[in-house]
Design a protein around this ligand. Structure first.
Ligand SMILES: C=CC1=C(C)c2cc3[nH]c(cc4nc(cc5[nH]c(cc1n2)c(C)c5CCC(=O)O)C(CCC(=O)O)=C4C)c(C)c3C=C
Ligand SMILES: [Fe+2]
Length: 416
């Protein structure tokens, strides 16, 4: 394939010597292996994560520092337009994750009379580890009236069943659900925002933004190479998470397998999103010993209560009965595990002088009915942490397998 990728930095340099249009490189990085996006000469693009692979990037990829998550409603009734947009999104995503402009011409190389096919705010910025991960919500398959919107209702996975009501939830419907989602993660927030903005621009007339969320300071490590970050309660978060290096556990708990459901989801994963406001000011007035009893771990080291090392196994029966770690631990949930990939968020203050802040929880799994749902029910019913939490949004998306090469596109296994 013609892989004439030109980085945003190099595109500017080339434009300066009159090579306009060379950024119109091939769309998708062909036979590239995950972790090696390549430029026109075949060299790895520094800071780029390969877009193609058996699974989508942005799931077991070591969690980047920043998030821009967006959920869309599909506003067209025309299946062909939707598929065309998914193809255009795929090409743009392949380019942007390699550090190129969203469109073939670019932000500054086109005709002055025409709107550019890239918005320009990432010009000069490196790829910054950008990953773009797409997912399909239950309402893409059937609308609220039960209508098969795009001829795919029969392909809806049983695992994409509507989530039950969780005790204590007072969700904002306008901030929940969605027909499609895109998770943009990068180590530079401008790169993540640029990617989402350009996908929304490309989708104009086909999709409209339903809700979106910015996040910072990942709240989970997804690789042993990463230090465990802290959430806004000040605790290490992600210690016992599934890690990319645990290949057998990832296979068992994250990727949909043949026979799990419809064939188009094999190699994909189900994403649950949950925006949880944290009542920071009340938490900050509670004693350290109480905070540690609520979490079930020591605040300084992150070690389970009664242990010294962060990565020691907790003695689950000895933890307080209503502590978070005891209730969400696999031993209390029939072995259920998931890959957590959440982010802290601060949406300013709430007009009453309190921080509007919390955790944008995201978890990837093979089947939410056996993983997220029982764990969340256990947490909702009994967890002492709930006193300091207010869940405001919930989403469920089927994230298809990865894009294999230039003839493939996001959702081809579903729509072809
Ligand atoms: C339904 C799933 C979960 C939600 C929602 C959730 C919210 C949530 N969690 C914290 C803080 C911590 N969680 C920790 C561990 C942990 N949490 C979940 C699940 C949910 N958390 C699991 C499965 C685990 C791992 C349990 C284990 O195997 O030991 C920890 C401890 C450190 C760690 O292992 O990550 C903290 C701290 C907050 C603040 C929160 C909502 C805002
Ligand atoms: Fe947790």
């Amino acid at each position: 394939m013609n892989e004439r990728s030109v980085s945003r930095r190099r595109a500017i340099a080339l434009a300066g010597v009159g090579v306009a249009g060379i950024a119109g490189a091939a769309a998708v990085g062909g036979a590239l292996a995950r972790g090696a996006a390549r430029d026109e000469g075949g060299s790895a693009v520094e800071g780029a994560i390969a877009f193609t692979g058996a699974h989508q990037a942005g799931i077991v990829t070591p969690a980047q520092d920043r998030l821009h998550f967006v959920a869309f409603d599909v506003i067209t009734k025309d299946r062909e337009r939707l598929v065309r947009m998914l193809k255009d999104w795929t090409a743009a995503a392949a380019r942007m994750t390699a550090g190129r402009d969203a469109g073939e011409i670019g932000a500054v190389n086109g005709m002055p009379e025409a709107p550019p096919d890239d918005t320009g705010e990432a010009l000069g910025l490196p790829p910054s580890g950008l990953t773009l991960t797409v997912g399909f919500g239950p309402t893409l398959f059937r609308d609220a009236g039960g209508r098969d919107r795009f001829g795919i209702a029969a392909k809806r996975p049983a695992a994409l069943a509507d989530l039950p009501h969780f005790p204590g939830d007072v969700l904002d419907a306008a901030l929940s659900g969605g027909d499609l989602c895109v998770q943009a993660c990068a180590n530079d927030p401008q790169v993540a925002v640029h990617a989402v903005r350009n996908l929304a621009r490309i989708g104009m007339g086909v999709v409209s933004v339903r809700w979106s969320q910015l996040g910072f300071g990942r709240t989970s490590s997804t690789s042993r190479t990463q230090a465990t970050p802290r959430n806004l309660f000040g605790f290490k978060d992600g210690t016992a998470n599934l890690k990319a290096e645990e290949a057998d556990l990832i296979e068992e708990h994250v990727w949909a397998r043949p026979g799990d459901g419809p064939e188009w989801m094999t190699g994909g994963s189900y994403l649950v999103t949950r925006k949880i406001r944290m009542i920071i000011e009340t938490w900050d007035r509670s004693p350290l010993s109480e905070q540690e009893a609520i979490v079930g771990r020591h605040k300084g080291t992150g070690a389970p209560l009664g242990k010294a090392d962060e990565f020691e196994e907790p003695d689950v029966p000895s933890l307080p009965e209503t502590s978070h770690v005891r209730l969400v631990h696999p031993d209390s949930n029939n072995g259920a595990r998931m890959l957590r990939r959440g982010y802290n968020y601060v949406d300013g203050s709430d007009g009453l002088g309190r921080l509007d802040a919390g955790l944008f929880f995201m978890a990837y799994q093979r089947d939410p009915r056996k993983q997220f749902v029982p764990v969340q029910l256990n947490m909702s019913r009994r967890d002492d942490m709930n006193e300091y939490l207010k869940p405001v949004s919930l989403g469920l998306f089927a994230c298809p397998p990865g894009v294999s090469g230039p003839d493939d596109y996001w959702g081809k296994t579903l729509f072809a």
